[in-house]
Design a protein around this ligand. Structure first.
Ligand code: PEP
Ligand code: MG
Length: 610
């Protein structure tokens, strides 16, 4: 974070909002709202002589709005640098809607004919177009209605700004350009993937949860983030200074100088705390008894590979390939995928990389699928279901993965397995692609191991059968929790029921690990629970072979593991089976072991969970 303090705007007052911190850290910057709300402006009559100056106000506001749209385009990534080129289309269409000559002529004509202020005329005109678009039974056109609303709201705000009514940054504050904090109703995973890190300090949204892919990406990008704010005030805070407190889930709009100073201090303390852990960067990962535990990293972006060596990571336990596909650009081509997988295979470390085949669906939708939404996307055409239906897409991904295996240790993993048939079908495709490459004389590792993600309850209960088909399991707790407890992982209304420590979840994980070991294969965990320090004693007690976590969580987990002995953890697992009927029981029993072993690490955890 940048500890320097921007000046606060005097006229809007400090406002503190409480949400859920999903990516720790403190960010200070200026508020930029993504997605605007269109409100009817006040109606006032004008004289004939005012008409020309109304036209001039409109022209100035049009220019300002266009500039802001382009600016936002840059913040959310552009064609050349960003991971989500689909934005180009959105922003270009916003700019086009803004400059539509039919609309502008109509607004000018009505202003002159009706002698009403141009804000009101513009609103009435654009509202008419929006209502017409909404009535058309076409997903594409109704999406354009949302775009039009966003653009029009921006324009109206800029018309008012010309009257001096805005809380936009003063020139002194604008000197802080490059310190933007994004605020909005929601950010999609592809919005987040495309964020320009050199410009954006953090973000906050009205909806969201800790295991949404947006939150997972925020942690990967090291961007402080707060979600589930429910209602963000908009207009009067655009351009105002804002603090995102990812530790405590707070957003402070237009903070006072004294709040800013105390946050700058707090950030310095946190930095020191993290520095202390840096002694562990070169250490192996072992328990207190000296038993080796594999500690791997979850990666979303190939750019993260540089940090792996620095942290002495064993390998990449999960490479999520979806972000290569969330745009319609070239990054989905076999060649581009091959280059990405090869770079990761070459830099992944001793244990190599586990490349997960495409897990599209749920909250990660391909641009083309957004036009044909499903009623229950998390229960729908997702992961292996989609790739088994889309033969060409699956084939080219498997080809790229196998080709990369000639350059480093690569494993392949199939997501969202719910039946034995799916796993067997995926293996048939995999073997067919291997034969195809061998016939073409293309080099690859013929011994590439395959694994299944265990993240659906039906897979847990047939784990013994699945284990006979694969070399390893990796437990996806993010989904296993959502499907076990019937709680949508991105719905903040029922977030209190999304319980990683639900005894049923722990029992599912125990069943899976035992089935793996009984069948002579290893089992890791790659969901977010792998990094939950209150749960670490359970993973040791169950004999989990590998934990794969985000890079930012790695050193703390290594420190926790180094403080734990096997026997109290095994006893804990026995106690949990006998005595824990509720998530809170599980938590209390875990805390008894964890507090004894690493109280210091839990202090920061308490701050983060607040
Ligand atoms: C999981 O479900 O736990 C997992 C690691 O995969 P994802 O979060 O991408 O669904
Ligand atoms: Mg999953």
């Amino acid at each position: 974070m940048n500890a320097a303090i921007p000046p606060s705007t005097p006229h809007t007052g400090e406002r503190v909002l409480q949400g859920l911190g999903v990516s720790s850290g403190i960010a200070i910057g200026f508020a930029e709202f993504v997605g605007q709300v269109l409100e009817e402006p006040e109606l006032s009559s004008i004289s004939k002589e005012r008409v020309e100056s109304e036209y001039a106000r409109l022209a100035v506001a049009l220019e300002m709005t266009k500039g802001q749209i382009l600016e936002l385009h840059k913040l959310l990534g552009d064609d050349d640098g960003g991971a989500a080129p689909s934005h180009s289309t959105i922003f270009e269409s916003h700019a086009l809607l803004l400059e539509d000559p039919v609309v502008i002529d109509e607004v000018r004509r009505k202003t002159a004919d009706e002698l009403k202020c141009i804000d009101w005329v513009y609103y009435q005109t654009i509202r008419g177009y929006i209502d017409q678009l909404r009535k058309v039974d076409d997903a594409y056109l109704s999406e354009r209605a949302v775009d039009l609303e966003d653009v029009a709201a921006r324009l109206l705000k800029n018309l008012r700004a010309g009257d001096g009514a805005s809380a936009d940054a003063t020139p002194v504050q604008r000197a802080w350009v490059g310190q933007t904090v994004l605020l909005g109703h929601d950010l999609s995973p592809s919005d987040t993937a495309g964020i320009d890190r050199s410009q954006v300090r953090g973000f906050a949204t009205e909806v969201g949860s800790a295991t949404s892919h947006t939150a997972i990406l925020a942690r990967s990008l090291n961007l402080p983030a707060v979600v589930a704010l429910h209602e963000l005030p908009r207009d009067s805070y655009t351009g105002a200074p804002v603090i995102i407190d990812g530790y405590e889930g707070r957003v402070i709009l237009n903070p006072t100088q004294s709040t800013l100073r105390s946050y700058a201090k707090r950030a310095a303390v946190e930095e020191k705390r993290l520095e202390k852990l840096s002694d562990l960067k070169t250490a192996d990962t072992r328990t207190k008894d000296g038993d080796r535990m594999l500690l791997s990293a979850n990666l979303e972006f190939v750019t993260e590979i540089a940090d792996l060596k620095e942290l002495n990571v064993d390998g990449v336990g999960l490479f999520r390939t979806e972000f290569l596909f969330l745009c319609d650009g070239d990054s989905r081509s076999e060649e581009c995928q091959y280059e990405t997988y090869r770079t990761i295979a070459e830099g992944a470390g001793r244990h190599g990389v586990i490349i997960r085949t495409l897990d599209i669906g749920g909250d990660k939708l391909l641009p083309e699928l957004r036009l044909d939404p499903e009623p229950n996307p998390f229960l729908g055409w997702r992961g292996i279901r989609l790739t088994l239906d889309e033969d060409e897409l699956f084939r080219s991904q498997l080809r790229a993965i196998l080709r990369a295996s000639a350059h480093g240790k690569v494993r392949v993993m199939f997501p969202f397995i719910s039946t034995l048939e799916e796993l067997q079908a995926a293996k048939r495709c995999f073997n067919r692609v291997k034969k195809e490459l061998a016939d073409e004389g293309v080099p690859f590792d013929p011994e590439v191991e395959i694994g299944a993600m265990i993240e659906i309850p039906s897979a847990v209960f047939i784990a013994g059968h699945l284990a006979k088909e694969v070399d390893f399991f990796s437990i996806g707790t993010n989904d296993l929790i959502q499907y076990t407890t019937a709680v949508d992982r991105v719905n903040d209304r029922v977030a209190h029921l999304y319980q990683p420590m639900h005894p049923a979840v722990i029992e599912m994980i125990r069943t899976t690990v035992e089935a793996a070991h009984r069948n002579g294969i290893w089992c890791g965990i790659c969901g977010e629970a792998a990094a939950d320090l209150e749960m670490t004693p359970i993973w040791v007690g169950l004999g989990v072979d590998e934990l794969s976590v985000g890079l930012g969580q790695l050193l703390k987990l290594r420190a926790a593991l180094a403080s734990l002995s096997g026997e109290p953890c095994r006893q804990l697992v026995r106690d949990l089976r006998e005595n824990a009927g509720k998530a809170e029981d599980v938590r209390q029993l875990c805390l008894q072991v964890a507090q004894e072993a690493y109280p210091d690490l839990l202090i920061s955890k308490a701050v983060e969970r607040n």
